[in-house]
Design a protein around this ligand. Structure first.
Ligand SMILES: [Zn+2]
Length: 274
């Protein structure tokens, strides 16, 4: 676990409990408990940016480019995946330090895994993201806000795809093609023949058994579908559209194999050639 990427994804791995969704896939939902307004932190700034309603214990200008990235994130998902922005609001709570974050969660979400750096919590129409200031703040917020946008647009999201997409969008927009720290590890996994196959990733049903290698492999498949052959992206978009329409989508792996000859060879070539 020397890889910093490994420890990071492990830290925020089990942010929720999973149960079979209505179409036999996985939902990624934390049961919401009552969050009283009177328990709000000492917010020094509140701001509305697109669908995100932010509450921060520190001036938001200290987050650098995060506000600009959040503003464009719904459009980035539309451009890449044809998923529309949410109708409702996503509340984002940003804490000054780990202590105040943990205190707030203990008081308001006692079942939440407080050792995680960030959380996405959804119940019914309510979506909330929690994070605290650290050198990973911007990455954590983009990651969890991607989960929030995905779950606002879709009735459920398969675990591997949920994490693969959140990992893909967690970096600043200019780094998504070549600048993700998962890339180096994924290429080594490929060279050493130890990367998890997509069929196996689809079978992982519990976030507790989702490994750092699974995160890298999920990221690599998402990157391939978004930046690889046009038919791969078309397949992903059609798959998400079926989920959105509540049509049983089946296996994305099967669909990709059907659409793309020599799928694994093309996938590996896509990454090893860059
Ligand atoms: Zn995640």
């Amino acid at each position: 676990m020397n890889n910093p990427y490994t420890s990071e994804v492990a830290e925020r791995g089990s942010r929720r409990r999973r149960q079979p969704g209505p179409l036999g896939l996985l939902t990624a939902v934390w049961l919401m408990v009552f969050l009283p307004a009177s328990a709000a932190g000492s917010w020094v700034e509140r701001r509305h940016i697109g669908p995100f309603r932010l509450y921060a214990e520190f001036p938001l200008q200290k987050t650098g480019r995060l506000m600009a990235d959040l503003r464009r994130l719904p459009d980035d998902l539309w451009q890449a995946l044809r998923l529309p922005p949410p109708d409702g609001v996503i509340d984002v709570y940003l804490f000054e330090a780990r202590n105040s974050y943990q205190r707030y969660l203990a008081a308001n979400l006692p079942d939440a895994p407080r050792q995680r750096r960030a959380l996405f919590v959804r119940s019914g129409d309510s979506s909330r993201v929690f994070a605290y200031r650290s050198r990973h703040l911007n990455t954590d917020v983009r990651h969890e806000c991607t989960h929030a946008l995905l779950h606002a647009a879709l009735p459920m999201v398969p675990l591997w795809l949920d994490e693969g997409l959140a990992t893909y969008f967690e970096v600043a927009p200019g780094d998504r093609f070549r600048g993700h720290r998962a890339r180096r590890g994924a290429i080594w996994d490929m060279r050493l023949g130890r990367m998890e196959g997509l069929g196996d990733l689809e079978k992982v049903s519990s976030v507790a058994s989702f490994t750092a290698g699974d995160y890298r492999a999920s990221w690599a498949w998402v990157h391939f579908m978004i930046h690889g052959p046009p038919e791969a992206r078309d397949t992903l978009i059609a798959y998400l559209a079926d989920i959105r329409a509540r049509q049983p989508p089946g296996s994305l792996h099967v669909r990709l194999r059907h659409e793309i000859r020599d799928l694994v060879r093309r996938f590996e070539k896509h990454h090893l050639r860059q």
